[in-house]
Design a protein around this ligand. Structure first.
Ligand code: C5P
Length: 224
């Protein structure tokens, strides 16, 4: 099958909108591969923090991103064979990721790596620019949102569940700041792709959101 005909479902949306959970379950249901593009920005951020790379050194950061020794094994994420699945979820890493994600050379360095996740029988890709920049011709593009309050609540539960400490007030502030940075940056800003289906999950369970995405996919497949 030529790569261009391998189906892709893009799921973009703001921080803690639930897109990771929804994307993973949709991929599982369809037997598709899964790309967590945010993890690539987080891995670059973790590498930068650990190596003491200055967060304004675009060239050095792009070099780190272009040579990330990362492996995805099921739900595990390895960086140079170290299991960093939990470490990259820390708020400091997420905040650093959102700062360095503004750098065009770094985004370019991650471009090819993301395209390589498109493998048969299909891919579900989650992030901020999956539908706008990386896979603009995907047959199904979804933009997932939820209110700031619902997202802060979800992130709180997620962090506590992973054994991190969390404070609701700080989380609300972080989310609002990160949203503003992601939506207002000049390169690949967070916005719905052309033709994207919008899904507000504030009052939905993850299962309901998954069902909706699968129903949309079934209908676009029928039209193809
Ligand atoms: O989705 P996640 O919270 O893991 O992403 C971490 C950060 O990486 C985001 O705040 C965003 O700035 C950046 N990111 C991005 N483009 C993507 C995925 C993530 O800029 N496709």
């Amino acid at each position: 099958m030529p790569t261009s005909s391998i189906p892709v479902i893009t799921i973009d949306g703001p921080t803690a909108s639930g897109k990771g959970t929804v994307a993973q379950r949709v991929a599982q249901h369809l037997g598709f591969h899964y790309l967590d593009s945010g993890a690539l920005y987080r891995l670059t951020a973790l590498s930068a923090l650990r190596s003491g790379t200055a967060l304004n050194d675009e060239h050095a950061l792009a070099k780190l991103a272009g040579a990330l020794p990362c492996t995805f094994v099921g739900e595990k994420i390895l960086l140079a064979n170290e299991n960093v699945t939990e470490a990259i979820r820390a708020e400091e890493v997420g905040n650093t990721a959102s700062k360095i994600a503004m750098l065009p050379t770094l985004r370019q360095a991650l471009y090819g790596l993301q395209l390589r996740f498109r493998m048969a029988p299909g891919l579900v890709a989650d992030g901020r620019d999956m539908g706008t920049v990386i896979f603009p011709h995907a047959p199904l593009k979804v933009f997932l949102t939820a209110s700031v309050a619902a997202r802060a609540q979800r992130r709180y539960k997620q962090l506590i569940g992973k054994g991190f400490s969390a404070n609701m007030e700080d989380l609300l502030k972080d989310l609002t700041e990160r949203d503003a940075r992601d939506a207002n940056r000049s390169i690949a800003p967070l916005k719905p792709a052309e033709g994207a289906y919008l899904l507000d999950t504030s009052d939905m369970t993850a299962d309901q959101a998954v069902e909706q995405v699968l129903a949309w996919y079934a209908s676009v497949k029928k039209l193809a």
